[in-house]
Design a protein. Structure first.
Lengths: 401, 477
């Protein structure tokens, strides 16, 4: 029978899913996210496993009882380990957060639990925007009372949706949006710091010059809080960005298009200024149906290479999973046979997230509460690694639904 | 060779030299290649098959052919379900990770019916499965099979149900029952259908093996959360003479999720990386089982859980899935995920170059261009469509490369753009002669203007800004 806790979880999920019945389906309002155009990645040569032909065995008698075979779990030894990165700092650590979160540290591919348990379960950060932005309808319905108010939004994310960490996207600093000044942006950050006590990811607007100015100011007012500055890119003044992170004790997100060589290159440049333990990497997330295959394979390759000893890829990985909403199948009203977008959208984000979870992502930046809750639930179960009874499913075939 | 020895034939990579050594080495060019070495390279890359070397098929080369066949066969056996032209192939995979080599045979998806459903319900579900179709990057995404379950425990009812399904579809079946008598009743209703028999267990394996041999059917083996038993059963059945197995280590949801991922991963690694032939068979997942594990939950929640379980299994090596939900929002993300995971990781996904008409443009509508890298194209097209903009979008052949790299690598040139404009006869379609180019191709603007004679407007760097850009720059120009 269901335990109390999981019953509550179920009820929550049900509530979230059922909200689609309440809202009216207006014309779509959506955002295509920052789907980057990326470079083609080089592709590894195909590897094929030869097998020696078993010599024709003399016809043996048909067995009359089960022939016992052994099974030894195929365990691999990995020379490499992923760096551990901590986000957020408590009072005793020099900040003001209620707790800090550590990710990374893996010694085996994601959830190869037969090899090692997961040292630090992946975490999920909820997106918070500092200004009104167009949002996909199914997402908007969960945040409509806090749009344009980052403090209220942050509180909602933490109090109602249980965010362990939030990403404060300072969209308004964009010279093409409000061109909010660095000190005004820092004020927003301070207000959010006061409103919630979870660790913060500080998101820029994508303009490398403006982001840098803002990061410098924000790093200073949040000195010691162990933010994640999201993100440092190849076209940014790396030395200055790292100096700000280093001086005030923050981590940086090393962001590149989907190309392992570019990821290595940027990380290498960062090593001149920062220790590994202050770097998380992001090789770009594309939505299910819109390049998820590339995103998945690049991440899977990065993680395997890191474990096999590539020192330039041994970082926790982050994913802007909210990009899932760039898929039209996620946000668009479609023929009724495809179901309401209020379900199709969040499951789209969930499937995108799970796929990347299995590739090795440690930090998810997400949007829809139902997707967030599902992923959290999955991670919790995987991390607990409970032994289970297979009694019920052993008899699934003749059971009526 | 003993089982131990075959396990030792481990992770050595297959090189063209190894293959070459066994070829006739006459360089006769009958295969169409320059020489045997070139043919060997193509074989290793799976671009050609052994049968394309005629001398190899001669009697005197029979041994070499057989050895090569063994050398080149996939570590995961390819298994065929269904009869003749309607059959579906599963497994046949060469690798564990998709970046190593393209995954073959996309995960087959089956929808269940039971012998206690009303006829209308059975027919409705069969039709829905058969008619499911979604157009995506030039291919049609479909469902593949019907899983017929006996919930009545009555052979006659099962027989009737199989007959009913067979009347309405030619899709291959999975006959789901642990009772060999019921299974046989189902087979009698469609004796030539060669369905997948689901499943042999520790209790019924012998009778199920007999049925599989008699009706020439592949046989699923079910040992939930017990890989040792699964391997023992597989070994036994192989010894019994059943050649085509499909393995089910159990689809566990809830707290069992970690164990399920473990089992699928261990089995695939043992087969693909360690050469374990007993486990070298396709895997079957049954996300439908989550409905049985959570009878208290609502249909919505069960559908939701089933959707992400299916996705997890597509990511982690399942070759067939049995689902219960027929909801579009459950199936769509999964067929799209399957398409994504099974694309060739070596080739960029490209779309046909040429003109695309978005909405209902007229002679005053904007003309834009992008490259034929599929993702670039679909992103741009979706941005334009979501902005509700009537326009012409010219897809220029960049050999499937994204805009910025194509400019840098000279795959996208002013000449190509000018040519595309001409070929699409744009001058006849609009009267303004203004071309909006991607922001990332800005440095080609002068050249394009010169070569094509069109006035160039540099558009945004990110296509999501196109609606805004047009509002500001086009409507006022
Ligand atoms: S047909 Fe066979 S023998 Fe002739 S060149 Fe090709 S590979 Fe060599």
């Amino acid at each position: 029978m269901l335990e109390k806790e999981s019953k509550e979880e179920l009820q929550n999920l049900l509530d979230l899913l059922n909200r689609f019945e309440e809202i009216e389906l207006e014309d779509v309002e959506m955002e295509i996210g920052d789907l980057e155009l990326w470079l083609q990645s080089s592709v590894a040569a195909p590897r094929v496993m030869p097998r020696v032909s078993p010599a024709a065995s003399p016809l043996k008698a048909r067995p009359t009882s089960i022939l016992q075979a052994d099974f030894i779990p195929p365990i691999e030894k990995y020379p490499g380990q992923i760096a551990e990165v901590t986000l957020g700092a408590t009072k005793s650590q020099g900040g003001s957060r209620g707790k800090s979160l550590t990710i990374g540290g893996e010694r085996a591919p994601a959830f190869y639990l037969f090899e090692t348990s997961t040292p630090n379960p992946p975490i999920i950060s909820l997106d918070v925007f500092d200004t009104t932005i167009p949002l996909a309808k199914p997402v908007k319905t969960h945040f409509k009372e806090v749009l344009g108010d980052p403090v209220a939004w942050a509180k909602l994310a933490v109090d109602r949706y249980g965010a362990d960490i939030i990403t404060l996207h300072l969209i308004s600093i964009d010279p093409l949006v409000n061109d909010t000044s660095p000190s005004e942006a820092a004020k927003i950050v301070e207000n959010v710091l006061q409103a919630v006590d979870v660790p913060l990811v500080i998101g820029g607007c994508g303009d490398p010059k403006k982001d840098l100015e803002v990061f410098e100011k924000v790093a200073e007012v949040g000195a010691g809080e162990r933010f994640l500055l999201s993100s440092v890119t190849q076209d940014m003044d790396i030395e200055r960005a790292c100096a700000a992170a280093k001086k005030h004790g923050h981590a940086v997100l090393s962001f590149t298009p989907m190309d392992l060589n570019q990821a290595r290159q940027l990380n290498r440049r960062l090593y001149d200024f920062l220790p590994k333990e202050q770097i998380i990497m992001d090789t770009t997330t594309a939505a299910l149906g819109y390049g998820l295959d590339y995103a998945f394979t690049i991440m899977e390759r990065a993680r395997l290479a890191a474990l096999m000893g590539d020192p330039e890829l041994q970082h926790p990985m982050s994913s802007g999973t909210t990009n899932a909403w760039a898929a039209r199948e996620a946000w668009k009203k479609m023929d009724p046979e495809w179901g309401p977008r209020e379900l199709r959208g969040p499951i789209w984000e969930t499937v995108t997230a799970i796929t990347l979870l299995l590739a090795g992502v440690d930090l998810f930046m997400m949007m829809h509460p139902a997707a967030v809750q599902t992923l959290k639930d999955i991670i919790g179960k995987l991390a607990a690694g409970k032994s289970v009874s297979s009694e019920r499913i052993a008899n699934w075939v003749p059971t009526k639904i | 060779m003993s089982e131990k020895e075959s396990k030792k034939a481990s992770i050595k990579e297959l090189s063209p030299i190894d293959v070459y050594m066994l070829l006739p080495k006459t360089n006769c060019k009958e295969c169409g290649e320059e020489n045997c070495m070139a043919f060997a390279a193509k074989l290793v890359n799976r671009e050609m098959t052994l049968e394309q070397c005629p001398p190899l098929l001669k009697k005197e080369n029979a041994k070499a052919y057989k050895d090569l066949w063994e050398m080149l066969k996939p570590p995961i056996k390819e298994v065929s379900i269904g009869s003749d032209d309607q059959a579906i192939k599963i497994g046949g995979k060469y690798v564990m990770y998709r970046h190593e080599f393209t995954y073959t045979n996309p995960t087959a998806i089956a929808i269940d019916v039971t012998d206690e459903m009303l006829d209308e319900e059975i027919v409705r579900r069969v039709k829905k499965t058969q008619q499911f179709s979604y157009e995506y990057i030039g291919s049609t995404l479909k469902l593949n099979m019907i899983a017929i379950r006996s919930t009545s425990n009555d052979p006659d009812k099962f027989k009737t149900c199989v007959r009913k399904v067979a009347e309405h579809t030619k899709m291959p079946f999975i006959l789901c029952t642990f009772d060999p008598k019921i299974s046989e009743a189902g087979l009698m209703a469609a004796p030539k259908a060669q369905p997948l028999l689901y499943a042999a267990t520790k209790d019924n394996w012998k009778d199920m093996a007999e049925l599989a041999l008699m009706y020439k059917c592949p046989l699923a083996v079910f040992a939930p959360n017990n890989v040792t038993l699964l391997r023992s059963l597989a070994k036994t059945l192989l010894q019994y003479g059943v050649k085509d197995l499909v393995l089910d280590p159990g689809t566990l949801s809830g707290d069992g999720l970690g164990a399920m991922i473990n089992n699928f991963t261990m089995i695939r690694r043992a087969a693909a990386k360690r050469g374990d032939e007993i486990l070298g068979f396709p895997l079957i997942g049954t996300p439908i089982a989550t409905w049985i594990e959570n009878p208290e939950a609502s249909a919505e929640v069960n559908s939701w859980n089933e959707a992400y379980l299916a996705a997890t299994l597509i990511d982690r090596y399942a070759d067939i899935l049995i689902l219960h939900s027929t909801e579009g929002w459950v199936l769509l993300p999964n067929v799209v995920l399957r398409q994504n995971i099974y694309t060739d990781p070596r080739k960029p996904v490209a779309v046909e170059p040429g003109l695309r008409v978005l909405g209902t443009p007229n002679e005053n509508s904007p003309v834009m261009f992008t490259t034929n890298f599929a993702l670039t194209f679909y992103t741009v097209a979706s941005d334009i469509e979501s902005g509700g903009i009537d326009s012409y979008l010219l897809v220029v052949d960049s050999e499937g490369i994204a805009v910025d790299c194509a400019v840098a690598g000279r795959k996208l040139t002013a000449e190509k753009v000018a040519e595309a404009l001409k070929e699409a006869k744009m001058e006849e379609k609009v009267k303004h002669k203004k071309l909006i180019i991607p922001g990332k191709a800005a440095r080609l603007s002068g050249e394009i203007e010169e070569t094509s004679g069109w006035e160039i407007m540099v558009g945004p760097r990110d296509s999501s800004d196109i609606p805004k850009y047009l509002k500001e720059k086009w409507n006022s120009s």
